[in-house]
Design a protein around this ligand. Sequence first.
Ligand SMILES: Nc1ncnc2c1ncn2[C@@H]1O[C@H](COP(=O)(O)OP(=O)(O)OP(=O)(O)O)[C@@H](O)[C@H]1O
Ligand SMILES: [Mg+2]
Length: 354
Amino acid sequence: MNEMPRPIPSQAERYAGEGEAFVKVEDLKVRFVSRDATVRAVNGVSFELARGEVLCVIGESGSGKSVMMRSLLRLHPPKRTVIEGRMLVGGHDIGAVDERTMSSLRGSTISMIFQEPMTALDPLYTIGDQIAETVMRHEKLGRKAAWARALELLELVRVPSAERRLKAYPHELSGGLRQRAMIAVALSCRPGLLLADEPTTALDASVQIQVLVLLRKLQRDMGMSMIFVTHDLGVAAQVADKVAVMYAGRIIEHGAARDVLVHPQHPYTRAMLSSTIKDRHKAGPLGAIGGSPPDLRALPEGCSFAPRCPYAGPECLPAMPAPVVGADGHTARCVRTEVVDGVLEFRPGTALPA
Ligand SMILES: Nc1ncnc2c1ncn2[C@@H]1O[C@H](COP(=O)(O)OP(=O)(O)OP(=O)(O)O)[C@@H](O)[C@H]1O
Ligand SMILES: [Mg+2]
């Protein structure tokens, strides 16, 4: 295969707000309202991401990871969704911009890759058409320049025989190549923020690793910020600068990847990681925990993990604990966590008798 083409700088790299976080999410709340119930899917999420940083979001199924990601692209059905809080990406206030601005931000400033490429690629158009069309729409390039960019992108994502593959339809490609084509579409306008929602779980293990290594390289070369959802601890350890652990629509632990994955402090994170504690840096799914997550239609007043937590006591019940903040922004929302010499430390205390 040819040499990798030179990287294309992303919008994050060119973002003027030097020293500012490229992504700033403040107290985001998302609820879905229907006649029968209100589902509180995201319940006060805050985080910041610098240019070129990768945040991995982990947590059980239903913890609000995808809902949080989709909010950044404003993809929820507007009539049934109530969104509160603030999301700033590259200086754009996602909740406040008009629909026209939002559609120009989608795919250009903020882009998303999905678990199943067939949901993102149009079966009726060739790969080349899909990339070129995105480039022409966002960057006002002519057809010829857009096709040249499409070829460059397929080479960048290391699709072999890229020129021939430009004329292929999605169903003519293998799963791994389709995933690469979708990444090419997502990168086509050099987004500042790439959202990746379990982008490799549908692939075979060896292809997963290849795609992951490629994605990490492109992210670094282009200086993109990235939010990456995974169920795989090994993937999080390989890809993340920061890790956020979600539970019932809240970030219950957050910090530098090494702090959260090697020295987890929240009982939920500790339980989730414990089954793979010896092989933390090897690939493998997160550990299962007894009990079930709370019903998002009727969240408890206090700590939402308390009903499953072996260390829960009466002090956990009145309200969700505020984040306890240690050095390097390591935070955990647990009353049993203290800051000792600047470092978070879990103090089990006395558990309630069963
Ligand atoms: N449009 C919607 N209307 C009502 N409820 C929704 C909607 N979208 C998501 N939910 C609910 O919000 C909660 C969070 O869902 P979400 O898809 O974010 O979970 P997740 O953490 O991504 O899980 P997984 O790991 O399985 O992908 C779930 O209870 C889900 O059923
Ligand atoms: Mg999801």
